[in-house]
Design a protein around this ligand. Structure first.
Ligand code: FAD
Length: 415
């Protein structure tokens, strides 16, 4: 089939690759000048199935409220008169109970574990090298934070993920440069979880996709999709193109493209920040990745640079860099690795997570014939991209998916 993929982020490029691999004739349309220039550009880089958990956690709305009055809080809400925001919050609160959390978490874990396997196969097959590291250490500053990590521990146990609960001394043995002056109650270590440079990966995969025949059109914005009898028609800038099928993988903008087709999805952009800085002293730098659970900020090693990323801002649709957020990132970097870099030289970035209120992404067919989606990966789109793309390609091709697709499709929202 002739298939058009809309969106050149990690999800769209991975989708184009697997569709071409399945024998389709694929065109990818991206409005920017290259791949991975939006959410996939400056993310934390974590590929950790244990961290692929919904944000709709029982009890979290109360914690969320307490954050609203703290300047350094990991979550910020800019109250706006925006119905989509309040609708999203209402749907999210409705998911914050134990039965729903369990269901959503199982769905995300299934996909994240599969995605890791697909990523490994892909990496070997295409000789990809994207500054990947092994090892993921969650840090808890206080005993209270450590106690609150119980659900994370349970997820690791339920899914048979090898892990170690470590005390402060053992955590410092894993990451020897961790600053001794910063309070540390303990950690949770996943030796086989990984990180990698998402943007570098996407650019390498673009080349592999081109070698499989995928055509990339940059600087071309899809304005509308119309369904025809047997084909779909795309309005790109002032031209019209026809294809046998289209896959919408346009990140946070996907909702606007789908709405005129009568497909309503509660995708909301949740803003986050990152700081990237060159390493000054390798001995004093992280070996792999840590997450400071008090601030929900990750510090990852990316080759000869360190990336500090995280924070969540609701209600902000601009690309403004909020000073307080940047200060929080630098504070966390200095707290744990004070001598690793000259943090004053950091390059800052902000991006949005394409978030659905319940958590798992939407992969597969839509009620409109020949229109497919691969959207809504939220805070773990890099970790889930390879698996989501392979799954979507199998669905489009009519091949049997390698995992159970229950709960990963639009039927969650459209019956
Ligand atoms: C601070 C931060 C930290 C994060 N950390 C992690 C992490 O550690 N691990 C992880 O797994 N995930 C992480 N994420 C999430 C991850 O970055 C996203 O889930 C992922 O990048 C989404 O990829 P995407 O391809 O769906 O979207 P994008 O990368 O945004 O790609 C969508 C593309 O579609 C294009 N587009 C949109 N509309 C149109 C149109 N009409 N026509 C043509 N093109 C169009 C856009 O230009 C864009 O390039 C983080 C996100 C943030 C913000």
């Amino acid at each position: 089939m002739q298939v058009v993929v809309i969106g050149g982020g990690v999800v769209g490029v991975s989708t184009a690759y697997f569709l071409a691999d399945a024998g389709h004739e694929v065109v990818l349309i991206e409005r920017r000048g290259n791949v991975a220039e939006q959410s996939s550009f400056g993310n934390a880089g974590i590929v950790a199935p244990a961290y692929a958990v919904p944000w709709a956690v029982p009890g979290i709305p109360r914690k969320f409220l307490s954050y609203l009055f703290k300047g350094e809080a990991p979550v910020q809400l800019k109250p706006r008169l925006e119905p989509a925001l309040w609708r999203w919050i209402g749907q999210w609160v409705a998911e914050c109970n134990q039965p729903r959390f369990h269901i959503n978490q199982q769905r995300m874990q299934r996909l994240a574990l599969y995605s890791r396997d697909v990523l490994h196969r892909l990496r070997e097959r295409e000789y990809l090298d994207y500054e990947q590291t092994s090892g993921f250490l969650q840090l808890f500053r206080t005993e209270r934070d450590l106690a609150l990590a119980q659900p994370l521990l349970q997820i690791a146990l339920d899914n048979g993920m090898p892990h170690n609960v470590v005390d402060a001394e053992a955590a410092r043995a894993i990451e020897p440069a961790l600053c001794a002056d910063t309070a540390l109650a303990g950690g949770l270590h996943f030796a086989d979880h990984e990180t990698g440079n998402c943007s570098l990966f996407t650019k390498q995969l673009k080349q592999a996709a081109q070698a499989k025949g995928v055509t990339f059109h940059f600087g071309a914005e899809v304005k509308a999709i119309s369904a025809r009898e047997r084909r779909v028609s795309l309005h790109v800038e002032d031209k019209e193109f026809a294809a046998d099928a289209v896959v919408v993988a346009a990140g946070v903008e996907s909702a606007q493209l789908l709405a005129p087709l009568g497909i309503q999805v509660p995708l909301y952009p949740v803003k986050g920040y990152s700081a990237t800085v060159g390493i000054k002293d390798y001995e004093q730098s992280p070996q792999a990745a840590i997450v400071d659970e008090a601030y929900k900020v990750a510090i990852t090693r990316m080759g000869n640079r360190i990336r500090i990323a995280g924070l969540a801002e609701f209600g902000s649709r601009t690309t403004d860099l909020r000073e307080a957020a940047l200060r929080t990132l630098i504070k966390v970097g200095e707290d744990w690795f004070p001598n690793a870099a000259n943090y004053g030289n950091a390059q800052f970035w902000c991006g949005t997570r394409p978030m659905l209120p319940d958590g798992p992404p939407l992969i597969g067919a839509t009620p409109v014939k020949n229109v497919y989606v691969n959207i809504g990966h939220g805070p773990t789109g890099w970790a889930m991209a390879a698996g989501s793309a392979k799954l979507l390609a199998d669905i489009v091709s009519g091949a049997a998916p390698e995992i159970d697709t229950e709960g990963l499709s639009l039927t969650r929202y459209i019956h």
